[in-house]
Design a protein around this ligand. Structure first.
Ligand code: SF4
Length: 344
């Protein structure tokens, strides 16, 4: 299939079967497209929808987002993961609010958190410019359609995929085409058992012709993921408030609120001793696992009820006594910490 035929097949398919009513397809603005594209990085559409709706209701414009506190932004991102995205979004909002929304690829890519594919998606969908994209869905479609023998994470394969993506991207109707190829990957050319019988380009798909659909995309070479271990201290005061501390701005859960983290139980006991906290009655929770892209975290928690207020522990801006029942307290919490709070 030449590019024209490929584009026509996808556009005709999109008109009938494409997803036309996603929240960010309504009232299309560069801001809404940008927020949706950032949320959709590494996250599926069904997960993103409620977050997007809530986020854009709370922060309807770039100006509102730029003027919000980072804590509040992280609060509305809680549970979506990859929190650097939220921090970058907030930082970039400040820059856009000052200089206006960029309309070129280079200017967009100068903002934190925007790579070439995200810039291409924003420019094609919000500004109707012709730019290629290469998100996970597009990579999967192209790897199969062209039977590309190489793991997409390798730079040579990635380069080749960009070349094909540019080759197939049309000059006109790029917004619909971009949406169409993403939808094809998300709904038809899915990760396992793709629905080739529904695919508009199945007759010319090389992986299908070769009878090797399962071989593409070539999987990432297996790598051992290390396991780390930690124990959280869940300190509860007589008002049932929980002691939380703010994590460093960079690294895992940067800027979010967490229970104090220790490498082992002895570390907790030593810290409590220094703070004159009675540890005679404590409850130890069994280990749970949270998996990041690069390691597993096995974590447990020790719950200590401390009947006297221990405000002397608190350090302004870095620690809080958190009341989970108070709806007006808005802090960003990592998923494992949220789960622990629900468990207590
Ligand atoms: S024919 Fe199947 S494997 Fe090929 S692009 Fe279509 S859905 Fe994907």
């Amino acid at each position: 299939m030449n590019p024209k035929q490929f584009q026509t097949a996808l556009l005709n398919w999109f008109e009938i079967y494409g997803r036309q009513d996603l929240p960010w397809q309504r009232n299309v603005t560069p801001y809404r497209v940008w927020v949706s594209e950032i949320m959709l990085q590494q996250t599926q559409v069904t997960t993103v929808i409620p977050y997007f709706e809530q986020f854009t209701e709370k922060f309807p414009t770039v100006e509102v987002l730029a003027n919000a506190q980072l804590d509040e932004v992280l609060h509305h991102w809680s549970g979506l993961g990859y929190y650097a995205r939220a921090r970058n979004l907030h930082k970039a909002a400040g820059m856009i609010n000052e200089h206006g929304f960029p309309e070129t690829k280079n200017d967009l890519m100068a903002l934190p958190g925007i790579g070439e594919s995200t810039a291409g998606a924003i420019l094609s969908i919000a500004f109707k410019q012709s730019h290629a994209i290469l998100d996970g869905n597009v990579k999967r479609v192209l790897c199969r359609y062209m039977a590309i023998e190489g793991w997409p994470g390798q730079s040579a394969t990635n380069k080749l995929l960009w070349e094909y993506s540019r080759y197939f991207t049309p000059e006109k109707n790029t917004d619909d085409y971009t949406q169409a190829i993403m939808d094809l990957g998300a709904t038809v050319c899915i990760r396992s058992n793709p629905h080739c019988y529904k695919c508009p380009v199945s007759e010319t798909c090389k992986a299908r012709q070769l009878g090797r659909i399962k071989d593409f995309p070539v999987p990432k070479p297996k790598k051992h993921i290390p396991t780390k271990k930690c124990v959280f201290l869940v300190l509860q005061n007589d008002k049932k408030e929980l002691f939380l501390e703010k994590r460093a701005p960079v690294g895992i859960w940067g800027g979010l609120w967490s229970f104090p983290e220790f490498s082992d139980v002895e570390g907790i006991l030593g810290w409590c001793k220094k703070q004159n906290i009675n540890t005679d009655k404590l409850k130890i929770l069994s280990f749970r696992r949270h998996t990041f892209s690069h390691y597993h975290l096995n974590y447990s928690a020790i719950i200590i009820n401390h009947q006297n207020p221990v405000n002397y522990i608190a350090e302004a801006g870095r620690t809080i006594w958190y009341d989970n029942s108070a709806k007006n307290v808005k802090v960003g919490l990592p998923t494992p910490i949220k789960r622990l709070i629900e468990h207590i």
